[in-house]
Design a protein around this ligand. Structure first.
Ligand code: SF4
Length: 266
C-alpha cells in the first residue's frame, strides 16, 4: 500500500476512534461527538452565528443547523435574534453548559494527552505544524478544485502570443489594475462581459489540439484573480501541456508556487 493511502486510512481510523471515545464519554451529558465542536465554538465565542461556525470550522451548513437545534433542545444553548438584522440569530451557552463545560474540556484534554503520548515532546511542534499544512492544502484544494474559470475569450489557435510557437490562448477576465490605456478595458475590467467556461470544456478543446499546438497561453486581465487557476494549471501539467502565463506581477506568492511546482514555463 502506498504511503499516502496509508496516511488517509490512518486518519480515518483516528477519526473513528476519536468519535467512539467522545460518544462514550459524553453520554452522561446526552451529548455526542458531532455536537461537541459546535458547543465549544459557541462557548469560546459567545454570540457567534451559525454561519460563522460553518465558515470557521469548514462544516456543512445542514450539519451545523442540525447540531444547533439539538443543543438548543437539550438546553445547552439559546439563540437570540440580532438587533440589527432580523435574519441573524446569535448563539449563547446557557447555565446548563457552564455547569459541565470544565468536565467536557477535561475529556478533550485527556484524549489529547493520550494521543500525543505517541509523539516525543521535541517533535510535537513540528508534527502539529505539518498537520496544519496538510489540512490547509486539503481545504484550499477542495475550495478551488471545481471553481469556474472566468474568461472573456478563447483563441483556438494563435501564432502571435508565444514567439515561435503555436498556442491556444485563454483571456482571463478581471484585473486588479485600472490602467487608462488598457487595450481590453471593457472586457478586462467589466467582469459582467465575461463568460464562464467550464474547466472540462476548456480541457477538451486543449486535448483535441494537443498534437499540433506547442502550449497554452493564459493572459489577462490578471489570471491569478481566478480562484481555480492553480488547480487548472495542475490539470495541464498532468496532460503535459506547457503553459505561458502573463501576469501583472501583483501575486508573487501564487507565481512562486507555480514556478516551484513547474506549472508554467519561466
Ligand atoms: S489588463 Fe493590463 S493593461 Fe489592462 S488594466 Fe490590467 S494590468 Fe492594466
Amino acid at each position: 500500500m502506498e504511503l499516502h493511502t496509508d496516511l488517509l486510512l490512518d486518519l480515518n481510523i483516528l477519526s473513528r476512534a476519536t468519535q467512539k471515545y467522545y460518544d462514550r464519554q459524553l453520554q452522561p451529558f446526552d451529548l455526542t461527538y458531532a455536537q461537541l465542536p459546535v458547543l465549544l465554538m459557541i462557548y469560546e465565542s459567545e454570540g457567534i452565528t451559525a454561519n460563522q461556525i460553518v465558515a470557521q470550522g469548514q462544516y456543512d451548513k445542514g450539519t451545523v443547523t442540525k447540531n444547533v437545534q439539538k443543543l438548543e433542545s437539550l438546553g445547552y444553548i439559546e439563540t437570540v435574534p440580532s438587533r440589527t438584522d432580523k435574519r441573524l440569530r446569535h448563539l449563547y451557552t446557557t447555565d446548563r453548559s457552564k455547569m459541565v463545560i470544565a468536565r467536557i474540556y477535561g475529556i478533550r484534554r485527556d484524549w489529547w494527552n493520550h494521543l500525543m503520548a505517541a509523539i516525543p515532546d521535541e517533535q510535537a511542534g513540528q508534527f502539529l505544524s505539518q498537520t496544519r499544512s496538510l489540512v490547509n492544502n486539503a481545504i484550499e484544494a477542495s475550495r478551488t478544485e471545481n471553481a469556474p474559470l472566468l474568461f472573456y475569450r478563447m483563441d483556438l489557435l494563435s501564432v502571435n502570443d508565444w514567439p515561435g510557437k503555436l498556442s491556444l490562448v485563454l483571456h482571463a477576465a478581471g484585473c486588479n489594475f485600472r490602467c487608462p490605456g488598457c487595450a481590453d478595458r471593457s472586457r478586462v475590467i467589466l467582469e459582467e462581459d465575461a463568460r464562464i467556461l467550464q474547466t472540462e470544456d476548456i480541457l477538451d478543446q486543449i486535448a483535441h489540439r494537443k498534437t499540433f499546438i506547442d502550449g497554452v497561453v493564459i493572459r489577462g486581465g490578471e489570471p491569478f484573480l481566478q480562484e481555480g487557476l492553480i488547480s487548472f494549471l495542475r490539470h495541464l501539467r498532468r496532460m503535459q501541456v506547457p503553459v505561458r502565463l502573463q501576469t501583472n506581477g501583483t501575486f508573487p506568492r501564487q507565481l512562486e508556487q507555480c514556478l516551484q511546482e513547474s506549472l508554467v514555463q519561466e
